[in-house]
Every structure is written in C-alpha cells, then in structure tokens.
Ligand binder design. Structure first.
Ligand SMILES: [Cu+2]
Length: 176
C-alpha cells in the first residue's frame, strides 16, 4: 500500500516538473516575439540616416554630352554618384568620366594636362590635390559609381577629362 502511494507521489511530482518546464518554454517564446517586435520598430531610423545620402545619376552619350549641367547637394551629405554611358562607342574613342575639381583649379589647365595622361585614364599624375572625386573612365553601355563626402558650401566645376570633351562635357556642382 505504501509503495503504491510513493508511485503516485512520484508520478504527480514528475507531472508538476513537466508542466513547469512547459511554462518556461512558453515564456521564452514570448520573449523572442517581443524581441522581434522591437527590431521591426527600429527600421524607420535606418531610413532617416539614408536621407543624408545624395544619390546623383548623370549620363553621357556618343554625342559628347552630359545630361546634367548642374548638380546640387547639401553640405555634410554623402554623395553617391553614378555615371552612365548611354552610347555604344568604345572607351578609347568616346570614353567618359566625371571629375570634380577643387575650388581655384583652372579647368582648361587641368583638361590640358589630362589630355596627355592616357596611361592614367586622363587623370594627371600628382593631381590629387586638384580633384575632390572622380569616377573611372567608361565606354558605351557601362556604368560606374563613386561615393564621397560633399565638400564645403560653394560652387565647384565638374568635367569629363577625356581629350577635347570638357568643351561640352562640363557643369557646376553646387553645395548648399
Ligand atoms: Cu567624355
């Protein structure tokens, strides 16, 4: 008789253990659900940070023209600039790049030096101080993207430094 009571007690005790374990699992699941909820709420903050990036797309063609003559960004913004070559001509015939000059740099002087710098894709050696940012040189159908910090408030010149192109392929980069 005593034995059977022991069995019953053991059985009840085990059942209690199982029940409490199940309860803890449920609590953990609830915690995970809450965590997921918090992560979802944080997403809009990431979008706010992205608004500080100025995304610019400028295109060149086989007619030696950029589709933009003026680009405006705000001081402190990151600039993500994409250059598209919408033409079909090869890079050695109708190559384009985007070169943003520092203030006080004479565009004609720079372009003259650049024209003889074929080996460095028309970016003159030792001209780092004259340039705020530049893209790669691309041919028809190609696209290239660069990222840089907007310089201080002011108006800057940009050009394509492929020989002869700056006469038509140039514009103003304005930081407000
Ligand atoms: Cu060009």
């Amino acid at each position: 008789m005593k034995r059977s009571i022991n069995y019953v007690l053991t059985a009840v005790f085990s059942l209690a253990l199982l029940t409490s374990c199940g309860g803890e699992k449920k609590k953990e699941e609830e915690k995970e659900t809450i965590k997921l909820g918090v992560q979802k709420e944080e997403e809009p903050k990431a979008e706010v940070a992205d608004s500080n990036v100025a995304e610019i797309v400028i295109s060149g063609d086989d007619m030696m023209k950029f589709d933009l003559s003026e680009i405006k960004v705000k001081a402190g913004q990151k600039v993500k600039l994409t250059l598209r070559h919408k033409g079909k001509m090869a890079v050695n015939v109708m190559g384009h790049n985007f070169v943003l000059l520092a203030q006080g740099v004479d565009m004609t002087d720079f372009a003259t030096k650049a024209a003889t710098s074929q080996a460095t894709k028309y970016i003159p050696e030792g001209s780092e101080g004259d340039i705020i940012a530049h893209t790669d040189l691309i041919g028809g159908g190609q696209t290239t993207t660069i990222e840089f910090d907007a310089p201080e408030v002011g108006t800057y010149d940009f050009l394509c430094s492929f020989p002869g192109h700056y006469a038509l392929m140039k514009g103003k980069f304005i930081v407000e």
